[in-house]
Design a binder for this molecule. Structure first.
Ligand SMILES: C[S@@+](CC[C@H](N)C(=O)[O-])C[C@H]1O[C@@H](n2cnc3c(N)ncnc32)[C@H](O)[C@@H]1O
Length: 324
């Protein structure tokens, strides 16, 4: 039985949110059938991390979500007969609750919800050192998460990673949504299609009508919230500066990962992500508007040369960092 955080009182929306994100990673929710983009993107990260993982290693998955990266890591380690202690960390109860449902039977997994309330009742991120009880990890992985961390928080987070590694320990991350001068013109950032869907729906008549019925201030706040779902990607340089300042030695690599049209539609219909169409109300009408927008966006990407008939090409960066 896993230890640590357990979900309680999740709403129907949150349960569906976790379930549908899991199903965006695994066809029909079957962990033996990863979506091609998920399998391929995580595989490159595991290729970098696995040589540093041994029997008994303490491994952290920072931004574990519904468990997508952890499931792939544990699959390989189980096949090799290697037992580790795996600490999963995430702030989003809806997705993390799904991870607990999938991995909760395992003795080798521990869950840490990475947010808590401070004395004034504000939500704050917990320090990694506190979540690990002062222990140092052999390996920290972070898959498809760092691009969601605000730039202002990166220096501190990188320092936390460095502080929570043993000497010779490694931090390995991937992201399909950072800007890089090395990105080929035939590929896009991972979330470019979804930002384009947001732009496409900005002028949707039904959406505009609903916004016009709101108080101006509420409408502006709602729009800002929508814009935060897929933030504008920052440059890889920003991330590298933060990680180097923390004293880690770095190596960067990259891969282009195909993202099928069907997977793109499934992805953007995950309830929390489909909120880019807010204030359209969840349901058939909203989903139809999103489906039509993503089809149009993928057509435009084919014209622009970043997609084929069956998929778009997403550009992923992989960071490998060692604490000397
Ligand atoms: C795209 S998911 C990746 C989940 C998992 N690693 C995988 O490969 O499937 C990104 C995760 O980052 C978490 N996240 C979002 N903002 C974050 C932040 N500022 N700090 C840490 N984690 C964050 C989200 O809750 C989400 O579960």
């Amino acid at each position: 039985m896993a230890s640590g955080w357990e979900p309680s009182g999740l709403s129907d929306f949150e349960i569906a949110d976790g379930e549908l994100y899991h199903r965006a990673l695994y066809l029909e929710g079957d962990t033996n059938r990863p979506a091609g983009w998920h399998r391929d993107s995580v595989q490159h990260l595991l290729d970098l991390a696995l040589p540093y993982i041994r029997e008994g290693s303490l491994v952290v998955d920072y931004g574990a979500g519904t468990g997508g990266s952890a499931i792939e890591l544990l699959r390989v380690l189980d096949e090799r007969g290697i037992t580790i202690e795996l600490v999963l960390v995430d702030p989003l109860e809806s997705w993390f609750g799904k991870a607990r449902e999938i991995l909760g039977e395992r003795d080798d997994v521990h869950f840490e919800l990475s947010i808590s309330q401070d004395e004034s009742g504000d939500t704050v991120f917990r320090e990694l050192d506190e979540m690990l009880g002062g222990r140092k990890a052999d390996v920290i992985i972070s898959s498809s998460t760092l691009h969601l961390v605000p730039v202002r928080a990166l220096d501190d987070l990188a320092a936390q990673f460095a502080n929570s590694l043993v000497r010779g320990g490694v931090f390995v991350w991937d992201s399909g949504d950072v800007e890089s001068a090395l990105k080929p013109s035939s590929a896009a950032c991972l979330h470019d299609p979804y930002r384009a869907v947001r732009e496409y729906l900005r002028d949707d008549e039904a959406r505009k009508t609903l916004l016009s019925e709101m108080e101006a201030e509420d409408a502006a706040r709602a729009e800002r919230r929508v814009d935060r779902i897929f933030p504008v990607p920052f440059s890889i340089e920003v991330l590298m500066r933060a990680i180097s300042s923390a004293g880690l030695l770095s190596r960067i690599s990259d891969h282009v990962v195909d993202f099928s049209n069907e997977d793109a539609e499934r992805f953007i219909l995950v309830p929390r992500l489909a909120e880019i169409a807010a204030p359209l109300i969840e349901g058939e009408g909203r989903d139809a508007a999103i489906r039509s927008a993503i089809a149009e966006v993928l057509r435009e990407m084919r014209e622009a040369g970043t997609a084929s008939d069956t998929h778009y090409r997403s550009y992923w960066v992989y960071g490998f960092h060692i604490l000397p």
